[in-house]
Design a protein around this ligand. Structure first.
Ligand code: SF4
Ligand code: SF4
Length: 247
């Protein structure tokens, strides 16, 4: 299969060794971002599994380059979000391990960027940097807990690498769409948690447990509506995207 624009974007991303702080695992003590065990210890279904979000096309890219061979075993988990005439598939690598499963040089995009996520708009490109990379940071904010991750800014010496990854993402509209889709999902997660806490007068951890038990952590209709609107925004500025995960 010939390489695509996405492949050349991923080539640039995977050749950019962004390291905010060398050996930062010593700062949080246990390479927290590799297992989020502070939060996952209560969830038997996630125990012993590393979950890594994929951008659109990233799984196929890793497969085509042989990068999935770094894992002893790996499964692709998908979650489809559909509205009447729109479909988006969130893809996640699921790797059975308690430790760090990745080879540093071929680690996936989201881990490369963690804990600072670029914020894009289809019209303006990169507009901001978000310090709530994952749902775990959302929970930390809502519970007023200290951040487990000890990296909170891009050191000046690493700024050019961060911007190089952002530029590579921006060169492929599907990748920008992926990042925006994850942010949208995170926003619906935050809103669902906040409304459950407020309506039932409970803590964020109680709300999390109740929503998780009912498999309602994400408001799927709201997310589908948001994703459809986002795809309209891309079209209105002439950006063409295919939102299915595979090519
Ligand atoms: S990025 Fe944050 S959570 Fe991950 S190892 Fe470094 S300090 Fe720890
Ligand atoms: S790239 Fe792999 S080893 Fe590194 S933090 Fe992510 S999951 Fe862990």
């Amino acid at each position: 299969m010939p390489d695509t624009a996405d492949d050349s974007a991923f080539d640039k991303i995977y050749s950019t060794d962004l390291i905010y702080v060398a050996d930062c695992w010593r700062l949080c003590g246990d390479a927290h971002c590799c297992h989020f065990s502070r939060y996952r210890s209560a969830s038997p279904s996630d125990r012993g599994l590393q979950k890594i979000p994929m951008l659109l096309g990233e799984y196929e890219y890793m497969q085509s380059r042989g990068y999935l061979d770094q894992y002893p075993s790996v499964e692709l988990e998908t979650q489809e979000i559909r509205s009447t005439d729109f479909e988006f598939r969130f893809e996640t690598l699921s790797i059975p391990t308690e430790g760090c499963p990745c080879e540093h040089n071929i680690r996936p995009t989201m881990c490369r960027l963690y804990p600072l996520m670029p914020v894009f708009t289809p019209e303006q490109g990169l507009v901001d940097v978000d310090t709530e990379s994952t749902p775990f940071e959302v929970v930390e904010t809502l519970s007023n807990s200290p951040r487990a991750c000890q990296v909170d800014a891009i050191p000046f010496a690493q700024l050019s690498k961060f911007l190089a990854i952002c530029a590579a993402i921006q060169s492929a509209p599907r990748l920008v769409f992926s990042i925006m889709a994850y942010r949208l999902a995170q926003n619906t997660f935050r809103e669902k948690l906040q409304s459950t806490m407020r309506d039932q007068n409970i803590t964020v951890f109680e709300a999390l447990a109740r929503l998780s038990m009912r498999n309602e952590l994400v408001d799927q209709p709201a997310l589908a509506t948001g994703l459809q609107a986002l795809s309209g925004q891309f079209e209105s500025v002439g950006l063409s995207i295919t939102t299915a995960g595979s090519r």
